[in-house]
Write a protein that binds this ligand. Structure first.
Ligand code: GDP
Length: 205
């Protein structure tokens, strides 16, 4: 996919104030510092679209971007940041739940996982939650350039095996590096495929 346009639109705490749900939408989420901003910038080819590691855990808004006037990219605040208060965490939880459960045009949530780590409870629990809410998601293993290929594939395999204990079907997964551009085409092809499906459904085909 060629990115002709990528613009920041709006930040909200209330899902009901999000832009009209008339375009397919892709949300990115993961633990703070997982490499979400870097991935968004790598995918869109815009080095400053999402802010990289300014003040982790601070942004507590649903951030909409519009790509090629055709689809929304949403940067969601990360979870698992130690320094946020209980109150902030509750607020985050409520905002994210309402958004994820109600946003009709949400085609896929990309859940980011650090490819250097063994399966983490906090990530598995978040996926269980998505499952309960019936939110479609895919996995993105980030920072693959920081590992040997063998370690990355070991960690991916371990995560999927862990998931299999609970899940009958495994979601699509991607391995990425924001530094090397790894996985960009695979993620973008997947988005394109879902965009086509979204348009067909919208037309009633
Ligand atoms: P966020 O908090 O999830 O948005 O994470 P950031 O995108 O701000 O990245 C956190 C840190 O990891 C920064 O220092 C990035 O430069 C670094 N980082 C992110 N992605 C990659 C990657 O693919 N490879 C490497 N080597 N570093 C990365």
């Amino acid at each position: 996919m060629i990115i002709r346009k990528a613009d920041y639109l709006i930040s909200n705490v209330d899902w009901q104030k999000c832009p009209p749900a008339n375009k397919p939408e892709y949300a990115f989420i993961g633990r703070s510092n997982v490499g979400k901003s870097s991935l968004i910038n790598m995918l869109t080819g815009r080095s400053k679209l999402a802010k990289v590691s300014g003040n982790p855990g601070k942004t507590q808004t649903i951030n909409h971007f519009i790509i090629n006037d055709e689809w929304y990219l949403v940067d969601l605040p990360g979870y698992g940041f130690a320094k946020v208060s209980q109150g902030q965490r509750r607020q985050w939880g409520k905002m994210i739940e309402n958004y994820l459960r109600n946003r009709r045009n949400l085609a896929c949530v990309f859940v980011l996982l650090d490819s250097r780590l063994t399966p983490q409870k906090i990530d598995l629990e978040f996926l269980t939650q998505l499952g309960e809410w019936q939110v479609p998601f895919s996995l993105v293993f980030t920072k693959s350039d920081k590992n040997t290929q063998l370690d990355t594939s070991r960690h991916v395999k371990a995560f999927l095996e862990k998931m299999r204990e609970e899940w009958e079907f495994l979601p699509p997964h991607f391995v990425t590096s924001a530094v090397k551009g790894t996985g960009r085409d695979a993620v973008m092809d997947y988005i394109e495929e879902l965009n086509i499906r979204f348009r067909a459904i919208a037309k009633g085909e």
